[in-house]
Design a protein around this ligand. Structure first.
Ligand SMILES: Cc1cc2nc3c(=O)[nH]c(=O)nc-3n(C[C@H](O)[C@H](O)[C@H](O)COP(=O)(O)O)c2cc1C
Length: 179
């Protein structure tokens, strides 16, 4: 297989996002690939907007990125024990694009959060949405980075060896699932 395309989707728009840092670690662990970063700065889903103007171009671009990716990693932050509006909005929009972009797409969800549970609830909710979208959820031990502000060093590398190991195992499994 030629270089696989790995799509990284951050559920946080922040430049300094810990989920972005975690996605960067995931990308390094995945190994050689063409990395593509999704942009979830989309308008809010609005059925009236969709009816009047159709699916926005940025959403169509995102759906095309998902469709042409060989594998996807989603960094799902936790807001108020749930999925972020940014990520849910993107999933909702993408679900409106005909053709089921996520269908059968090898996908892993990982999370970093400031709290003590590492974003477990948000990750669970994201997996639930992705089931509806018929993504191929690659199994493995959950990667949940708790206390995110202290979990990365100045270079954005994960400090905890067990977390690095879990992430590496997860990415190796994702890679092994590629057609
Ligand atoms: C509106 C809001 C709600 C939050 N709720 C939670 C929460 O329920 N659990 C948690 O662990 N952290 C929560 N946090 C803290 C986030 O984990 C923290 O801001 C984290 O850095 C967000 O991810 P990011 O760094 O990728 O942007 C919340 C933050 C915000 C802004």
């Amino acid at each position: 297989m030629s270089k696989p395309v790995l799509l990284l989707i951050s559920g946080s728009l922040r430049k300094g996002s810990y989920n972005r840092m975690l996605l960067a670690e995931a990308a390094r662990a995945f190994g050689e690939a063409e990395m593509v970063e999704a942009d979830l700065a989309l308008p809010l889903y609005d059925g009236d907007l969709e009816e009047a103007e159709g699916v926005p171009e940025k959403v169509q671009d995102l759906a095309a990125q998902i469709k042409s990716a060989d594998a996807i990693v989603i960094g799902a932050p936790e807001y108020n024990k749930g999925i972020t509006g940014v990520l849910k909005n993107a999933l909702d929009w993408v679900s409106r694009v005909p053709g089921g972009a996520f269908r059968d797409k090898p996908t892993v969800v990982i999370s970093a959060s400031a709290g003590r549970t590492g974003g477990e609830t948000a990750q669970f909710m994201t997996l639930s949405c992705l089931t509806q979208l018929q993504a191929r959820l690659v199994p493995g031990t959950a990667v949940l980075i708790a206390g995110a502000p202290d979990a990365f060093d100045a270079d954005g590398r994960l400090k905890d060896e067990m977390s690095r190991k879990l992430l590496a195992e997860r990415m190796a499994r994702l890679r092994s699932e590629l057609a």
